[in-house]
Design a protein around this ligand. Structure first.
Ligand SMILES: NC(=O)c1ccc[n+]([C@@H]2O[C@H](COP(=O)([O-])OP(=O)(O)OC[C@H]3O[C@@H](n4cnc5c(N)ncnc54)[C@H](OP(=O)(O)O)[C@@H]3O)[C@@H](O)[C@H]2O)c1
Length: 262
């Protein structure tokens, strides 16, 4: 049973009840992080936490809607109570609205910006002073190739992911000189609930099956196939281990590479 050393990093992983976030939590647990898992679904979080605890990891959970007032502060207080101040924030929680522009509502845009921009900014705002004082810390963001280029039927999502990449570049410029690392990891389509819901929506329009739609989406990735959640998680864990210089990490190329390697 792995026993984390006393200096084991304290890491918050948002959206860790399923999908990419769940795999990130598992990868960081293997690397000895003490973990605060965050999502709305308390039952799913408990099941992920139990699995990781049974493998010997220190894990706590907060079931919260990150869009609610005071949610970020609640997560940080719970983390401090359980383990102390966080060393790593993984901003992964998200949704991916997919609609033609005529059907893209203000509510969809607001949700996308809340989760992909406002919540990560709130974590940065609240943790920056302590991380600067310690001269270390990492703000990790699950962005997307939709934050680097436009994809049809994703105006709210693409706008928010571009916003996230912009936020990350600004935070990197401000905080890297103070010892922090700020990263955006940008996968193409990944095989998770988000993509399966999009494939089901395409299938409902009657032109193709959901399985065929999944294959077509994978083919839109530069690597020619869907990413797996585990390979995204491995990339995140690798960056957290090595802390290379760089900021925006494009996973949808072979090999993955920083777009701005300073
Ligand atoms: N799948 C892809 O193709 C893909 C590609 C590039 C980037 N990404 C990004 O990767 C991240 C994870 O995506 P995924 O595919 O793993 O999605 P997913 O399987 O749908 O998981 C999303 C996670 O976010 C949590 N979440 C959603 N809204 C929340 C809220 N208001 N408050 C708290 N937690 C919330 C969900 O938990 P609850 O429902 O329990 O709250 C869940 O744990 C997202 O930021 C997404 O944009 C995904």
């Amino acid at each position: 049973m792995p026993v984390p050393p006393p200096t084991a990093p304290v890491s918050i992983v948002t959206g860790s009840s399923r999908g990419i976030g769940r795999q990130i939590a598992a990868a960081l647990a293997r690397d000895g992080h003490r973990l605060m898992l965050v999502a709305r679904d308390a039952t799913a979080l408990t099941s992920v936490a139990d699995e990781l605890r049974n493998a010997g990891s220190q894990v706590a959970t907060v079931a919260v809607d990150l869009r609610a007032t005071g949610a970020v502060e609640r997560v940080l207080t719970a983390t401090e109570d359980a383990f102390g101040k966080p060393d790593v924030i993984v901003n992964n929680a998200g949704t991916a609205p997919s609609e033609k522009v005529e059907n893209t509502t203000d509510a969809m845009l607001r949700e996308a910006f809340d989760l992909h921009v406002a919540v990560p900014l709130a974590f940065a705002r609240t943790c920056a002073a302590d991380m600067k004082a310690r001269g270390s810390g990492c703000l990790m963001h699950l962005a997307s190739t939709a934050g680097l280029q436009g994809f049809a039927f994703t105006s709210a999502y693409s706008a928010a992911k571009h916003g996230m990449v912009g936020l990350v570049r600004a935070l990197h410029a401000e905080l890297r000189p103070r010892g922090l690392h700020v990263y955006a990891v940008c996968p193409g389509f990944v095989d998770t609930d988000i993509t399966r819901r999009a494939a089901a929506a395409i299938a409902r329009k009657g032109r193709t099956s959901a399985d065929e739609a999944m294959v077509r989406m994978g083919e839109q990735n530069r690597i020619g196939r869907m990413h797996t959640p585990a390979e995204v998680a491995d990339a995140v864990a690798g960056l957290l281990r090595g802390r290379p210089e760089g900021c925006v990490y494009d996973l949808d190329r072979s090999p993955p590479a920083f777009l701005d390697p300073r």
